[in-house]
Design a protein around this ligand. Structure first.
Ligand SMILES: [Ca+2]
Ligand SMILES: [Ca+2]
Ligand SMILES: [Ca+2]
Length: 268
């Protein structure tokens, strides 16, 4: 699909680390006419994350794919770069529209629940609930990043984005027609956002240096949208924190409430 991106990905993989995929941890979820497919977790934390992600708001398996990639990165205080979530311990699929992927990292564990909901015959929401737990004997300061690259209407051309509220942006694409809009929300993201046209380094998350959200890049006009939300959690030994991120439409209030009651406001 995206030749420019394919070339960029090849250039990155020609570097020090070749990011292979971990078989068996990817999945496909369905709800009504909505489909969400996640690739296998990568085997390297220094690459560009998963190879691809699909989000079809309607139309089932042949519906238009609106998403190029969605993935999580982290950085523990003092580290010199971000790390893509890699080497998942497994994925459970408790329902056709729900999956939970888990990781064990040196300082923390992570469980990521995906919840797909068809909200109308033409629209859908994906809510991701990430729970991390400090497994060290000392306080842990952890920065977490959810990176999303919408390619609305199946093309990376012609996408625009605006900030709706401090933790919500809306992406709109009108090439090719019809016009499609999709939200990208990082609930309570207390560091902020970064947006820009796609880069092989995923706006700096995947290169060997510290990158933070600096609330730049919006509005974006008629370009290849990519962006991320960043949270900082401070976790005492054994403590956990939960983040919620959303793509697409707003789910039914009861569903959203179910997730938001899990949300523990991050401390800085
Ligand atoms: Ca895709
Ligand atoms: Ca487009
Ligand atoms: Ca894009």
């Amino acid at each position: 699909m995206a030749t420019r991106k394919t070339i960029a990905a090849l250039l990155v993989s020609c570097g020090a680390t070749l990011a292979l995929a971990q078989a068996g941890t990817g999945f496909t979820l369905t709800d009504g006419g909505a489909v969400f497919r996640q690739s296998d977790s990568p085997t390297s934390g220094t690459g560009g994350g998963v190879s691809s992600t699909d989000f079809r708001l309607s139309g089932g398996a042949t519906g238009t794919d609106q998403l190029f990639q969605n993935w999580w990165w982290y950085r523990v205080a003092g580290e010199s770069r971000q790390t893509a979530f890699y080497n998942a311990t497994g994925t459970q699929i408790p329902a056709a529209n729900r999956a939970v992927t888990s990781w064990v990292f040196p300082q923390f564990t992570a469980d990521l629940e995906y919840h797909l909901q068809a909200t109308s015959p033409t629209n859908a929401s994906m809510v991701e609930v990430l729970t991390v737990r400090n497994t060290t004997a000392a306080p842990l300061t952890l920065n977490l990043f959810n990176y999303t690259d919408f390619d609305l209407n199946g093309s990376f051309f012609g996408d625009s984005a605006t900030l709706i509220s401090p933790d919500l942006m809306r992406v709109t694409g009108d090439y090719p027609s019809p016009t499609v809009s999709a939200d990208f929300q990082g609930y309570g993201a207390n560091v902020g956002y970064k947006v820009g046209p796609f880069t092989a380094s995923r706006l700096g998350l995947a290169d060997p240096s510290v990158t933070n959200a600096n609330n730049t890049g919006l509005p974006l006009t008629n370009d290849d949208f990519s962006g991320f939300w960043e949270w900082q959690l401070v976790l005492t030994p054994g403590a956990s924190g939960t983040l919620v991120e959303r793509l697409g439409d707003v789910p039914e209030p009861t569903t959203l409430l179910l997730f938001l009651v899990l949300l523990r406001p991050p401390r800085r």
